[in-house]
Design a protein around this ligand. Structure first.
Ligand code: AMP
Length: 545
């Protein structure tokens, strides 16, 4: 027997309908690519999204077509997402920081028919356009006054393009499992892989994200999504905020410390989300300028492991809670968030910080397990490491045009991360499975060593990789970018780490470098470091022979 409830497909455009009807005057304030601050609200965003849908429909864009966006977080990008989804097409966010060849590969693989781009990326696309035969039209996200002279095919200014129609349009109707958007993984090894979100997965993910032990977003919040919409589905915020009626402050192209600081205080932001590098820049700016954060009450930090010093400063100096979060493009992207459960309410000082360093626990809608290499489930004891696997309604089951079986027998997806899970369900990433250092049959967490090293006052950034060792298989090499005018020694660093980690985790050597390479999503590029140091001989290697 089936239940007798209504069929009400979980469609993304229902989110903006809800926002317009119930939170219509809540503002969306953006730093425009052209420069000035722009203000609109959810009622107007919906009206323009309807114009986008009507205009796309008129241009022949239909169910299942892909529309690429190369764009910063602004109101136009938000309107575009809803308009594209509302006609049954897919928003396909492309990370403009990828290598040009990768961008071409991704756009051709996705077979995007239309590209919507910010002014910032017009010169880049002009160079690539010859290699993009399937793109029929370029829509430049600007107004007539700022429209550049360009030879891009059928180029038109967004404001003019939507200005040709009114908002009298009925969203297309389709099944809730219809594709809504896509995002390619950064593909540090091999080709990038396309993850395709559905309307249902996006709506459920936003409901999950808003829950109190996740981002706890509400109509009383003013949210500044620093994380770009082209990173891992923009952490879902383009849907979560309108769903709950939280006001949005969109940073446009300026993500430096001073610009973010200005927005946080000018618009009384209560919640923000970004990768650790952004927060590092903000904290540096505030330190140099005696900054204060009177309105901000929490920041969500994820994308890579959050250094202890960041959490500590936010909490102790600025009175801001840090929610460490973990997820991935394949998970829409939220997996775990580190909010404090009653089991740990009494913790203070270092013990509390230790907990906050973990990536957190899963909200309802994400299931996780850790296994060994033979898929045997490992215990949640806080010390056993294993491959982290997940399943849920917003976790991918396969990649675009690559119909391989990627789930195990129980339907779990292998995240490629290695982690522990403790008795109270807190997960802590110890490594990527390919980065973990295998020393004498035991695993050493490169991330833990890195987090520890960046706590040293002379260290700007740290990376740890495994170097071949004749006795142990691999041993850790500590790679350090010093702070300006500082020259930390190996003895200083190892002395600093002494007693904070097991003695056999201690790096065998340290090198200073000017720069550590990063991927387009801001993660340390371990593959490049491994190539650079492939012939490196550890001092302990010769001693062992
Ligand atoms: P992406 O799909 O580009 O967002 O990358 C996802 C990967 O980033 C994960 O599989 C992790 O390896 C890493 N990652 C994301 N968040 C964290 C975090 N809080 N701590 C450590 N690694 C993280």
């Amino acid at each position: 027997m089936f239940g007798l409830m209504q069929d009400w497909p979980l469609l993304c455009h229902r989110v903006i309908d809800h926002a317009a009807a119930n939170h219509g005057t809540r503002q969306v304030i953006s730093r425009s690519v052209e420069g000035p601050i722009h203000t609109t609200d959810y009622a107007a965003v919906r009206a323009n999204a309807l114009r986008v849908a009507k205009r796309l429909d008129r241009d022949g864009v239909k169910l299942g077509d892909r529309v690429a966006t190369l764009a910063w977080n602004t109101w136009r990008h938000l309107e575009a997402w809803y308009g594209i989804m509302g006609v049954g097409a897919l928003y396909h966010t492309v990370n403009p920081r990828l290598f040009p060849d990768q961008i071409v590969w991704i756009l051709n693989h996705a077979e995007d028919r239309v590209i919507m781009t910010d002014l910032s990326f017009v010169p880049l696309l002009e160079k690539l356009a010859d290699k993009l035969p399937k793109v029929e039209r370029y829509i430049i996200l600007t107004d007539k006054a700022h429209m550049p002279a360009t030879a891009l095919r059928n180029a038109v200014a967004y404001d003019e393009w939507i200005g040709e129609v009114d908002d009298d349009f009925a969203w297309k109707q389709f099944d809730e499992n219809t594709a809504a958007g896509m995002c390619y993984t950064s593909g540090t090894t091999g080709d990038p892989k396309g993850v395709v979100y559905s309307h249902r997965s996006n709506v459920l993910h936003s409901m999950i994200a808003a829950t109190p032990d996740a981002m706890n977003t509400s109509s009383r919040d003013v949210v500044l999504p620093v994380v770009p919409m082209f990173h891992a589905n923009g952490w879902g915020l383009a849907l979560t905020c309108p769903m709950v009626g939280a006001s949005m402050i969109m940073p446009g192209p300026k993500l430096d410390g001073a610009s973010i600081y200005e927005l946080l205080n000018d618009y009384r932001v209560t919640c923000s989300a970004a990768v650790p590098t952004v927060w590092m820049m903000l904290l540096q700016h505030m330190e140099a300028n005696a900054g204060k954060l009177p309105y901000l009450n929490r920041v969500v930090i994820g994308g890579s492991s959050c250094p202890r010093a960041i959490t500590q400063k936010f909490q102790d100096v600025y009175g801001v809670d840090v929610i460490h979060a973990w997820g991935m493009t394949e998970m829409s992207p939220l997996g775990t968030l580190c909010t404090i459960k009653p089991d740990h309410a009494e913790l203070t000082g270092d013990a509390k910080l230790d907990l906050l360093m973990k990536q957190g626990h899963t909200p309802f809608g994400v299931e996780m397990k850790i296994t060994d290499d033979d898929n045997k489930t490992l215990p949640w004891d806080g010390t056993t490491f294993g491959r982290l696997k997940v399943r849920g309604p917003a976790v991918t089951k396969t990649y675009f045009k690559v119909p391989d079986q990627i789930l195990d027998d129980e339907g779990y997806f292998d995240t490629g991360d290695v982690s522990t899970i403790d008795r109270t369900g807190y997960m802590q990433i110890t490594d990527r499975s390919k980065d973990v250092i295998k020393s004498g049959g035991e695993w050493i967490s490169s991330i833990e060593l890195e987090n520890l090293a960046v706590g040293h006052p002379k260290v700007m950034e740290a990376a740890v990789i495994g170097i071949t060792h004749p006795k142990w298989g691999e041993r850790p090499l500590l790679i350090i970018v010093p702070k300006k005018d500082q020259t930390p020694t190996k003895d200083e660093l190892l002395g600093f780490m002494q007693g904070k980690i097991a003695s056999w985790w201690m790096p065998d050597d340290m090198v200073l470098v000017e720069e550590i390479p990063h991927t387009a999503t801001g993660k340390i590029q371990k593959t490049a470091l491994r190539t650079r140091f492939k012939d490196y001989v550890l001092p302990t290697a010769t001693a062992a022979e």
